[in-house]
Design a protein around this ligand. Structure first.
Ligand code: NAP
Length: 480
């Protein structure tokens, strides 16, 4: 393998990055950022490393990914602690996230060969088959909310397909970004093939345009998606976008109300409400709105704010004071426009980025809780006349990531989930989650392309048609 490229860290040209612990407001470590020249040098070296990595067998790459899974499990508590310090995730959630990354590595290590096996096609006469070649270096632009999972979700299949990757992580999780690089290098991923770049988002466009970058995958907000897609389009490069969501759960009149509220609260409170697939809008058939409100308040009340490093804490801080203030603005603005506050809704007097579990009802169009993505622990209850009206409201959103149906009638739930809801994922009687075995992604402003499963690993490959025929049987065709 090629030697690791030297990435110089300019002392004067760029400001240092500093993390802040959102639970305490205390400043954390300083990190030296990379420059765009560093990033371009890394892209060139990654391309050279890719030319060797792509020739390894699936078995050889699989051994590296299995090792990465072992290292993740061995370092679980340390990695979880790092996430807690940088973005406030509870230690329990951080451990579970690290385990999920290990599972992802194992899954793609074991299934990439099957997902990318040649596919013979009977065209009568010549031998024909479809084969999947890696495409090169994928730039991964990632968010802070699942600092490890978002990266492994993209990296494990990309590496197993034979690609290389450069990671530009969110600016508030540089320690996590560097730890991921370290885990993969310890596992045997060639150093140049996967690099973390502590790069400002203003330099992403220039890096996308670099000739050594083949494609880009972004998980993040709609504005970031728009600018990454624009840059990729300007140089005709493939992109996958995993963007925001305002997931709707339709609560039907036949549902067990207590059980439905528990699923709804779980869906809302994933990662303190800071998840693209957190349930955000609970669209409830009017005849059961009042009992559902009561049950939802009880279910949400159980998410008490607490020290994220303590076992059993269900709600830690928000990722930053700025994010907390934005959530509070959305709540206050919704109330000013007619929403009714049932729980929470005030900023506690304590240092750090804290926001309590909050329930709003009478949520209507024109209110931020109805129209915008609220990225925090705020459940919005919206009344609907009946099933058809609930489906209409659920689909009346610019987003289409996850969705759910809460009902006692599984046939009804199956029909609504599979045929009616405009979303990339639709779950009946459970909260939406990603899984290495099933495709993950959205429609509308939630993005395009898929991660996970065979669909995900085939996003960043050249799907190539091959015909093989003896020369003496050649017969040209005049039609394209
Ligand atoms: P964000 O501001 O879009 O940041 C995500 C990443 O994009 C960061 O690395 C960020 O870098 C970078 N970035 C921001 N603006 C950019 C630009 N104009 N050009 C290129 N890169 C840019 O999103 P966030 O606030 O961190 O994350 C929350 C959002 O992500 C929510 O909308 C959430 O729903 C969505 N999300 C979606 C999924 C999914 O799978 N669909 C999963 C998780 C989160 P800097 O940090 O340096 O600005």
């Amino acid at each position: 393998m090629a030697e690791q490229a030297e990435l110089t860290r300019p002392e004067t040209s760029a400001k240092k990055l500093q993390t802040v612990n959102p639970a305490t407001g205390e400043p954390g470590k300083f990190y030296d950022p990379h420059s765009i020249d560093d990033a371009k040098a890394a892209a060139k070296a990654a391309r050279a490393a890719f030319l060797e990595w792509r020739r390894l067998s699936f078995e050889q790459r699989s051994a590296v990914l299995h090792k990465a899974a072992d290292i993740l499990r061995a370092r679980e508590t340390e990695l979880a602690r790092l996430m807690t310090e940088e973005m406030g995730k509870t230690l329990d959630d951080g451990r579970a996230e690290t385990e999920k990354c290990a599972f992802q590595c194992n899954w793609f290590a074991d299934h990439a060969a099957e997902y990318l096996a040649d596919q013979p096609v009977d065209i009568g006469g010549a031998e024909a088959f479809v084969t999947f070649n890696p495409i090169g270096i994928v730039l991964a632009v990632m968010p802070w909310n699942f600092p490890l999972w978002q990266v492994f979700r993209a990296a494990a299949p990309a590496l197993m397909a034979g690609n290389g990757m450069l990671l530009k992580h969110a600016s508030n999780v540089p320690g996590s970004a560097l730890a991921i690089e370290e885990v993969l290098h310890q596992a045997g991923v060639p150093k140049d093939l996967f690099r973390t770049l502590l790069l400002p988002s203003s330099e992403v466009e220039a890096l996308i345009k670099d000739d050594n970058i083949a494609a880009v995958t972004l998980t993040g907000s709609v504005p970031a998606g728009r600018s990454v897609a624009t840059a990729a389009a300007s140089v005709l490069k493939k992109c996958v976008l995993e963007l925001g969501g305002s997931d709707a759960y339709v609560v039907l009149e036949d549902a067990d109300i207590e059980a439905a509220a528990k699923v709804a609260a779980t869906a809302r409170m994933v990662n303190g409400g800071q998840s693209c697939i957190a349930g955000k809008r609970f669209i409830v058939v009017r005849s059961i709105v009042e009992p559902f409100e009561r049950a939802m308040v009880e279910a949400m009340r159980s998410y008490e704010m607490g020290d994220p490093t303590r076992e059993g804490t269900k709600l830690g801080p928000m990722q930053s004071m700025k994010a907390r203030d934005e959530i509070h603005r959305q709540v206050e603005d919704s109330i000013a426009k007619g929403a009714r506050l049932l729980l929470g809704g005030s900023v506690p007097e304590r240092t750090g980025a804290w926001y309590p579990a909050t329930v709003l009802t009478n949520v209507l169009p024109g209110q931020p809780a109805h129209d915008e993505e609220v990225f925090g622990p705020v459940a919005a209850i919206i009344a609907a006349d009946d099933e058809a009206d609930a489906i209409r409201i659920a689909n009346d959103s610019p987003f289409g990531l996850g969705s759910g149906v809460l009902t006692s009638d599984l046939d009804r739930g199956r029909r609504i989930a599979s045929q009616e809801l405009e979303a990339g994922l639709s779950f009946v009687n459970e909260n939406v989650r990603s899984d290495p075995r099933t495709p993950f992604g959205g429609v509308k402003h939630s993005g395009f392309g898929r991660e996970c499963s065979a669909y995900g690993i085939r996003e960043f490959v050249n799907i190539k048609t091959v015909h093989v025929k003896p020369l003496e049987h050649a017969n040209g065709s005049q039609v394209e």
